[in-house]
Design a protein around this ligand. Structure first.
Ligand code: PLP
Length: 428
């Protein structure tokens, strides 16, 4: 007899490819059946069989206050009562723009969209329109949503143009995208010395959270800033994940580096679909209808979604919020590292603000290649031990994890108990 989770997932697979609306949810790399989630509250979620989990996925980053936070839900309810969408200016959008520009000083003007993908896609188009150039630079292992020009992997040999990483993307579309190694300043310098006058933009996750967690070195980002300024290229920090997640000013605040443009998403929607791109006023003024670069959206700045984001950001801006969140994440990674060490496992972990990475290798990675050296088979076994014990981490060794303000000593203790058992079972 199959379980209710299996029954629902079987129904899903009949009608939805792989049963999911975004690929990693299908448990493709870890195997098994993903639980179907019925509800969440604070740091916990429950599946349709009533099994409880401590959640370190947090909807992949947005839920910095935890699930179904009272004030966020109430804000959504109150706004929804007055209408779901108008396709006309609303005051919430202005409040959101005021909040984003005052928290992140490099963002002088901002436009709202409905996803991170839209934000990065629009930022790239705007950078190309602003500079009149075509080439863009991205880094292996960074993810910037699923727009065609950004679905690229490195070609063979250094400094070659990227190959599409997805079927359905014509090579012509990625022919202008250069893919370089993360944290390799020399490669970046070489690229600018060959192509500097043709590069419209460099886009980077200043703390990479889509190849597990990999921190940029300050020197790498500083080199990037200097080269973009010297060659007239637009520096885009993709802070869809790190914005309001690692600190109030995002990664740019932590590093003290000012990008020309910033993309945001995830936390700024508080669990609802909101993305944003913004930056220098002279660049933003090139967007339609002021300028020649087209961009639009039926549901952009949707009042209900914006209400969830505003309620979230107001609480995130409270004094001491990030100190406390960072402390929780630090305790988590320290605790896990300690337990792994006791079990003689090659394991390392680190955190920045409310995001963390854990690696089944000795020492934290600095590049995509080093992330790939982790023991994937061990990760998969660890993942399933934890899931059985009621702890959800991302079902892939190449994703960052997230704590919320609702995670506290009780959640950490239960996580450590589960991890002790999981690591000891990895020994046999
Ligand atoms: C999640 C993410 C995106 C894409 O955002 P979606 O809302 O999933 O389209 C882009 N860039 C980064 C850095 C992300 O983490």
């Amino acid at each position: 007899m199959s379980s209710r989770n299996q029954q629902i997932f079987e129904r899903a697979r009949q009608l939805i490819p792989a049963g999911v609306n975004s690929p990693v949810r299908a448990f493709g790399s870890v195997g098994g059946t993903p639980p179907t989630i019925a509800k969440g509250a604070g740091a916990r979620i429950w599946d349709v069989e009533g099994k409880e989990y401590i959640d370190y996925v947090g909807s992949w980053g947005p839920l910095i206050l935890g699930h179904a936070h009272r004030e966020v839900v109430q804000a959504v309810q109150a706004v929804a009562e007055r209408g779901l969408s108008f396709g006309a200016p609303t005051e919430g959008e202005v409040e959101m723009a005021e909040l984003l520009t005052s928290a992140v000083p490099s963002v002088e003007q901002v436009r709202l969209v409905s996803s991170g993908t839209e934000a990065t896609m629009s930022a790239i188009r705007l950078a190309r329109g602003f500079t009149g150039r075509s080439k863009i630079v991205k880094f292996e292992g960074c993810y910037h949503g699923h727009a065609d020009a950004l679905l690229v992997k490195a070609g063979s040999g250094a400094l070659t143009f990227g190959q599409p990483s997805s079927a359905g993307v014509p090579p012509e579309v990625t022919a202008h995208t250069l893919v370089l190694d993360y944290n390799d300043s020399g490669m970046l310098e070489q690229t600018f010395s060959h192509n500097g006058s043709e590069i419209a933009a460099v886009i980077v996750e200043p703390i990479a959270g889509n190849m597990n967690l990999v921190k940029a070195t300050p020197e790498f980002l500083q080199t990037m800033r200097t080269l973009c300024t010297r060659h007239g290229a637009v520096l885009i920090f993709d802070e869809v994940m790190t914005g309001f997640r690692v600190g109030l000013q995002g990664a740019q605040g932590l590093f003290g580096i000012t990008p020309d443009m910033t993309t945001l998403g995830k936390v700024i929607g508080g669990g609802m679909p909101v993305g944003a791109f913004g930056g220098r006023r002279d660049i933003m003024q090139k967007i339609a209808p002021l300028g020649p670069v087209y961009q639009a959206g039926t549901l952009s700045g949707n009042p209900v979604a914006v209400a969830a984001g505003l309620a979230t950001l107001k609480l995130v801006g409270a004094p001491g919020f990030f100190e406390s969140l960072s402390e929780t994440a630090t305790q988590l990674v320290d605790g896990l590292s300690h337990i792994a060490q006791e079990a003689n496992q090659d394991f390392s972990a680190q955190s920045v603000g409310g995001m963390f990475g854990m690696y089944f290798r000795a020492g934290v990675p600095q590049s995509f290649a080093q992330v790939m050296e982790g023991d994937g088979e061990k990760f998969n076994r660890f993942f399933h031990h934890m899931l059985d014990a009621g702890v959800t981490i991302a079902p892939s060794a190449f994703e960052a994890g997230f704590v919320s303000a609702a995670h506290g000593p009780d959640e950490l203790e239960r996580t450590f108990d589960a991890a002790r058992e999981a690591f000891s079972r990895l020994q046999d």
